[in-house]
Structure formats: C-alpha cells, structure tokens
Design a protein around this ligand. Structure first.
Ligand code: NAD
Length: 525
C-alpha cells in the first residue's frame, strides 16, 4: 500500500449523511455507532426506529401506495429509467459508501452498481407487459369473458443484509415499486447509508414521497417487528441466513402473508475431466473470493477430476496467493476486509478446526490485522473430511475446500450432499456435456464455465435457492409477479351457466357431458 486509505469522514461529507438520514423514519430508539470495517474508524451515529416510528412509516407508506397504485405502469417505470442513469452517473459516491460500510474492494462494490442498473433496466422494459391484464378462455367459450388482473400487495417489507448493501436493498425494491407497492426497507445497521442512498436516488429520479422509506434497527428487534402487526407489511422479502429465514417464515405464516426467502448456501464447483485447468482456476478465484467470500453465491467447495487435479490446484493456488488485499477507495486491490468481527471469528474457527483434524492449508490461512481489524487471507484447503465443520457449514468468508473426484457421478453426488441448493458452477470444454452435468446438480442456478455472474447477471431469468437456500425467486417475471396478487374477473354474457328455460337438470347434465367430451376431442384447454 503506497497511500493511507481515506478516512470515513473525508469520504463521507456530513451534508450527504444528513440528506441520506432524512429518508429513515428513525430516532425514537436512540442511536448506535457504526464503524468502517476496513479501518475501524467511526462512520455515523445511526438513529434507530421505535415502534412509534414504525407506526408512522407504515401509515405514510399505506397512504402513498393508494395513489401510486392508480399511476400507470408506464409512468412508474420511467422513474426506474432515471434511477438507472443516476446510479451510473453518481457511482463514485455510492461505491465509496459501499466500501466504507462493508469493507469490500471497489471491484466487488462495482458488481452492485451494475446489478442495480441491470435490474432497473430490465423491469423498466418488461413491467408493463408482465403486469398487463390477461384474458384466458372462459368456462363457456365466447359466452364467458375472463380477465386476470394484477393487484399490488400493498406495503412490502424488504429486509436486507449487509454483504451486498446496494444490490440487495435496491434490486428487490425496484420491481416491488414498479408493481404498484410501497416499500419499507429494513437495511442492516452496518450498511444503512448505502440503502438510504438508493432511496435518495429514487426520490431524485421522481419517486413520490412516502413510497420507499427505511426503518432502522437490529434484526431481531425491528426486523421482526415490521411483519408483526396486521397494519404493517403485506408481504416480506427477506435475504439472510437460513436460520433467520425460518423465523421470518413462521411470522409470515402466522399473519398469512407471503414471503420470499433468499437464504444461505454451500455452493459447489465441478471441474470436469476435459476442463481447461487454467481457465477453470481463473473462474474459481473470482467465484470463491468476491467480496472476500461474503457472497451468498460464493463457491466454497471445488470437486476436481483426477486428470486435471494437479494442474488445477497449482494454477488456482498461485492465482489465490497473487490476490492483493487492501482497503483503498479505488480499484487497486482485489480483496477487501470482512465486515464484522464475527465473520472473522467464523473464518478462523473453520480453518482452525479443519487444520486440527488433519486438513492442509495450500494458500492463505492467516488473519491480516496489520491491514485492518477484520482482514483475512483467501484460503485454500485440501484434505477436508466430513467430520470438519467447514465440510458442511457455510463459512461465508474467503475459504474454499478442494476435493479430488474420479468421475462425473462422484462429483455430482458430492456436490449434492448438502441441505443447501443456491448456486453451482460446472467447468468443462465440451459445453453440451457440462450442461448435462449442470442439470444434475441440485441448485437454483448453475453456471457453466462461470462462477456466479452468468446466472446472477442474466436478470431476465429467475434466481433463488432450493432446499435450505430458500423459497424465493428474484429476477425475471417471478421477481416482479411475487409482489402482486391475481384477481380474476369473469363476466357471463347472454346465457347464464344454468339449464335453459324448460330444460331439466338431468338434460343439462347430459348436455354438459357432451360438451365436455367435444372440448376434450378438440384438445381444448
Ligand atoms: P442473518 O440472518 O443473521 O442476518 C441477515 C439480516 O437479517 C441482518 O440484517 C439482520 O439484522 C436481519 N435479521 C436477523 N434476525 C432477524 C429477525 N429475527 N427478523 C428480521 N430480520 C432479522 O444473516 P447474516 O449471517 O448476517 O448474513 C449472511 C447470510 O445471509 C448468509 O447465510 C448468506 O448466505 C445469506 N445471504 C443470502 C443471499 C441470497 O440471495 N440467497 C444473499 C446475501 C446473503
């Protein structure tokens, strides 16, 4: 490192902080100090929301949503287009914020900027068509006209974590707003200013007041509270751990509201016998260590075919050791800091347990306190066995285990030996074969010759987990339509669905029976 990283106060002008905090309905429950993970410097005393603040936020959101539902989809999405432009034009500000609050490197902060822009563009282009009423066939052709309309849920709570603070706060809120809802965001305290920046940009893009506000507080306190009462959230979008996802699901079930749960993972990569070991190693480095491994889609297990094992391991280890660690607010470093002491503790505990039980550290393995309090080297393990914590549990840090396998069946069997099913990667030269292996992996998305960005960045396709990785889908039509209820309006014309005058019920039944036979013969739906 040649220059000292900018301090939090240098990078964060006070007028900006005040402007952002104006979008939070908070203050009734005091403040909590937030520090920059990379340097330990104070960022902000963050106001916290009381129940009275929540009452106010939801009342304002509900009133604003009634008017918003009357606004045409075309007009709503014009705001998404302006938001897209603002995010790109003002990226330096939000990149600084993301880096200061989360500790990640700029290259991975930029992934968030592009994610939000791509989602804004996609829903701006698609929402009008996806939300248009449909007219499916009625029970009696011609005589029964059916229209299926989409009604916004009302007020959607978006509870987002700290690891992708812009992407996970904004990219789920944008389709909810496009669908005619109001959004109450509950961003993590650690990264609240980034989420508030997104709200601020949306307001400047023309979003009416009250439609997207934030409440602030610790998860178990305020996070749980936003779905506690009937006049609070009508739907909840949750991203975080599987353990908390289960709590949210119970609370949503109690209230009989819908929820979208985007949860944890222990994601595998399969390097097939015909893979190019150099290309696969390059893919793996990015897939394992983006945001210092604090990415739900991160690869934590790599199954490598015997024939390419040695070359892959050498290449991957060399590339991992070459990664530059640092905290500058520019593109000079590839790996930033972990975000919390507890993340660092988990990383060191998983490595320590594995080494104590016989695993080998091929690269990394050490915390780097001289760079900042929570820095840790990207770490590669071999010799990991089922008795080690890291074998099955999500580390959510820069730690990956490599396993030697002797065929596709063994690779697929081991990859699927997990309760999770979020993301996976398959590398091989014969792409058709790699795709057929991909289809056998139990995961919501599988990337061929890529780690996570091919599927994640293709926002026209749904993204979400199987098993313990959750029940939700974001992106694609699914990521919009989850925020609406369908309403079927069926109009009966000319004749009622009943016996004609003078017709007995028995004759009506015989007529209907013939009608049903004809419909089937004509292969009608
Ligand atoms: P966590 O569940 O402890 O916390 C996540 C967020 O939920 C935090 O902001 C927290 O304040 C809040 N929260 C905690 N308890 C809550 C409650 N009872 N009610 C409402 N909110 C509550 O998870 P974490 O360990 O901080 O985050 C990392 C986890 O999130 C990892 O498992 C990771 O895989 C997962 N994650 C998943 C995705 C995805 O899209 N599938 C994306 C990012 C992170």
């Amino acid at each position: 490192m040649t220059t000292a990283p900018p301090t939090a106060t240098e990078a964060l002008p006070r007028p900006l902080v005040h402007r952002l905090l104006a979008h939070a309905v908070a203050g009734g429950a005091g403040t909590v100090p937030v520090h920059a993970p990379a340097t330990g410097q104070p960022i902000v005393d963050l106001p916290q929301s009381s129940v009275a603040d929540l009452d106010r936020a939801f009342a304002v959101a509900r009133a604003a949503q009634r008017d918003w539902a009357e606004v045409s989809v075309r007009e709503r999405v014009s705001i998404l287009r302006r938001f897209h432009d603002l995010v790109l034009a003002e990226q330096d500000t939000v990149l600084d914020l993301i880096q200061l609050e989360s500790g990640k490197s700029r290259v991975h902060a930029f992934d968030e900027v592009s994610d939000v822009a791509v989602n804004a563009r996609y829903y701006a282009a698609r929402a009008e068509r996806l939300l248009a009423p449909r007219t499916p066939r009625g029970v009696l052709p011609v005589l029964t006209r059916v229209e299926v309309r989409h009604r916004p849920k009302g007020v959607v709570a978006v509870i987002s974590p700290w690891n992708y603070p812009l992407a996970l706060a904004a990219s789920d809120a944008l389709p909810a707003l496009a669908a005619g809802n109001a959004v109450i965001a509950r961003p993590d305290n650690q990264t609240a200013l980034t989420a508030l920046w997104a709200i601020d940009a949306a307001r400047r893009a023309g979003l009416p007041e009250g439609l997207w506000q934030a409440v602030l507080g610790r998860g178990a306190a305020i996070g749980g509270e936003v779905i506690a009462r009937a006049d609070y959230a009508d739907y909840v979008d949750y991203t975080g751990s599987s353990a908390t996802g289960r709590i949210i699901a119970r609370q949503a079930g109690e209230r009989l509201i819908g929820c979208s749960l985007e949860l944890g993972g222990k994601n595998p990569m399969l390097v097939l016998a015909d893979a190019d070991p150099r290309a696969a190693a390059k893919v793996a480095v990015r897939a394992c260590f983006a945001s210092a491994g604090q990415l739900c889609e991160s690869i934590e297990r790599i199954y490598v075919h015997d024939t390419v094992y040695d070359r892959f391991v050498t290449e991957f280890t060399t590339r991992t050791e070459a990664l530059a660690l640092g905290s500058a607010l520019d593109y000079s470093y590839e790996i930033g800091s972990l975000t919390f002491r507890r993340q660092l503790d988990t990383v060191t505990a998983h490595i320590g347990d594995a080494v104590a039980k016989g695993a080998t550290v091929l690269a990394g393995g050490r915390a780097r306190p001289e760079l900042g309090p929570y820095f840790h080297e990207p770490t590669v393990l071999t010799g990991v066995t089922p008795g080690m914590t890291v074998y099955r549990e999500e580390t959510f840090g820069p730690v990956v285990s490599i396993y030697r396998v002797r065929g596709d069946d063994e690779a697929v069997e081991q990859a699927n030996d997990t309760a999770y099913g979020l993301n996976a990667s398959v590398c091989g030269r014969d792409v058709a074969h790699a795709r057929s292996v991909a289809a056998r992996v139990r995961a919501g998305s599988v990337n061929v010759n890529e780690g996570y960005l091919a599927a994640w960045g293709s926002v026209a396709a749904p993204s979400g987990g199987l098993g313990d990785s959750g029940t939700g889908r974001r992106h694609g039509p699914e990521g919009l339509l989850k925020y609406v209820d369908t309403q079927t309006i069926a109009t009966q014309r000319a004749l009622p669905i009943a016996p004609l005058p003078g017709m007995s019920e028995a004759m009506w039944a015989r007529t209907l029976t013939r009608f049903l036979g004809v419909m089937k013969a004509l292969r009608q739906q």
